[in-house]
Design a protein around this ligand. Structure first.
Ligand code: ADP
Ligand code: ASP
Ligand code: MG
Length: 421
């Protein structure tokens, strides 16, 4: 008997028919003698629709109330799924994040899990029931309030439960057959990977490959949880996320995948005095505003003015707060003006083999140049190169780069459902 945690994303439980289909699948696994814990996301695009609704009421909703609103999405799907499973003759009990013991810090909208005590989930399993847990939500002990884990956070709920319960595997069911060399919605020649290392998946997730949420990959790596990403629309084997064994000599591909991210904006602080301490002042302020910075570029200062420009990228949703904080300190920092650009995109190539291979940047930049795509910012890690380009041409850029690195496959990648929102 195995303990299996199965997470179903929004596209897998988008309507009544899908919920019944998923229920059948869960019942088969339970009837085969396994213990099953299911984590569900909100149906279809419910979370986005609730967000749109809130923004129609007020442009900047309070974090506490937004979390309260969004967690309703997962409550709907967990209850419906439990009903569907029961109708097939298997006992099922649904639990909210708090009932399942998902304790988080108090950061609304992106809370971190600090403790998992799935006592009631364990009891349900001991009684022979399937436990259904609402993904993406938890609660804070100090405030007693409901929190959410950040967009895509149901993946983290699943991994955290798998770790706490000592599950044999954590299966992430979605609308594609696994992790591909690029988003199959963008690159039809993308190839499904049989396995990917967790470090590569972390880099891809950090650059927009939302098939797995970055915090879930981190959590799985830290707690040794085996992740299997697969389709809920067929029984094909998906992609295993593995931790490479130290000393194991596998031939690593130079480039494993390409990802793009349209969720960031670029802010440029124009005319900053080029004196020690200015960057510290700017980024201390931004950090205090709880804005996560990604790429940073500082221009060489002009000799005649002694002024420089500093650009950085951050989530679009944080740009407003960053601009406000900087404006309030304009005189103190001494910069001339601020520019805000939300028509940027980040493109990244990722591959563990980059460590030992020269020429990856040259190949990337050449491919982009030949496609007439301008590069605005560059950043690198040991196994990733990211560039910022214009948003409206980024999908073309991804396809060109995918081909340039020889990643194109023979068969067309299939997307089974979802809207890609
Ligand atoms: P779910 O609703 O199951 O959580 P998501 O929409 O969060 O699904 O994630 C699945 C989607 O991730 C796919 O439909 C695909 O468009 C997108 N995606 C982006 N990059 C990749 C990739 N490298 N491999 C597979 N899917 C990807
Ligand atoms: N429903 C949440 C979202 O859309 C969480 C998730 O799907 O993982 O972000
Ligand atoms: Mg997801």
């Amino acid at each position: 008997m195995s303990l299996i945690v199965q997470k179903f994303g929004g596209s897998s439980v988008a309507d009544a028919e899908s919920i019944k289909r998923v229920a059948k699948r869960i019942v088969e696994v339970r009837k085969a003698g396994n213990e099953v814990v299911v984590v569900v996301s909100a149906m279809g695009d419910t979370t986005d629709e609730l967000l749109d609704l809130a923004k129609k009421v007020v442009p900047f909703p309070s974090g506490r109330e937004l979390d309260m609103l969004l967690t309703a999405g997962e409550r709907i799907s967990m209850a419906l799924l439990a009903m569907a499973i029961r109708s097939l003759g298997v006992e099922a009990r649904s639990y909210t994040g708090s009932q399942a013991g998902m304790v988080t810090d108090a950061q609304h909208g992106s809370a971190r899990i600090v403790e998992v005590s799935p006592k009631r989930v364990r009891e349900a399993l001991d009684d022979g029931a399937v436990a259904i847990v609402a993904g993406f939500q938890g609660f804070n002990r100090g405030t007693g309030d409901i929190t959410t884990l950040g967009r895509g956070g149901s993946d983290t709920t699943a991994v955290a439960l798998a770790a706490a319960l000592g599950a044999d595997v954590c299966e992430i069911y979605t609308d594609v057959d696994g992790i591909y060399t690029a988003d199959p919605r963008v690159v039809s020649s993308a190839r499904k990977l049989d396995r990917i290392t967790s470090e590569e998946m972390l880099e891809l997730a950090a650059t927009g490959a939302k098939v797995l949420y970055i915090r879930a990959v981190e959590y799985a790596r830290r707690h040794g949880v085996t992740l299997h990403v697969r389709s809920s629309f067929n029984n094909n084997e998906g992609t295993l996320v593995v931790n490479p064994i130290e000393g194991e000599n596998v031939e690593e591909p130079i480039v494993t995948g390409v990802a793009a991210d349209l969720s960031e904006a670029k802010i440029t602080v124009v005319g900053v005095p080029d004196t020690p301490g200015k960057a510290a002042q700017i980024f201390t302020l931004i950090a205090r505003t709880n804005v996560n910075i990604d790429m940073i570029v500082q221009n060489v200062s002009s000799a005649s003015t002694g002024l420089t420009d500093i650009s950085f990228t951050c989530p679009k949703s944080d740009a407003h707060a960053a601009m406000e904080a900087l404006t309030a300190q304009k005189a103190d920092i001494g910069f001339a003006s601020l520019q805000h650009d939300d028509q940027i995109a980040k493109l990244a190539v990722v591959g563990a083999g980059m460590r030992t291979n020269a020429g990856v940047s040259a190949k990337l930049f050449t491919a982009l140049f030949e496609a007439g795509i301008n590069i605005e910012m560059i950043s690198t890690s040991e196994i990733r190169i990211s560039v910022v380009t214009r948003a409206d041409t980024v999908n073309d850029a991804v396809r060109v780069v995918h081909t340039a690195f020889g990643l194109d496959g023979e068969v067309e990648a299939v997307v089974h459902g979802g809207t890609g929102r």
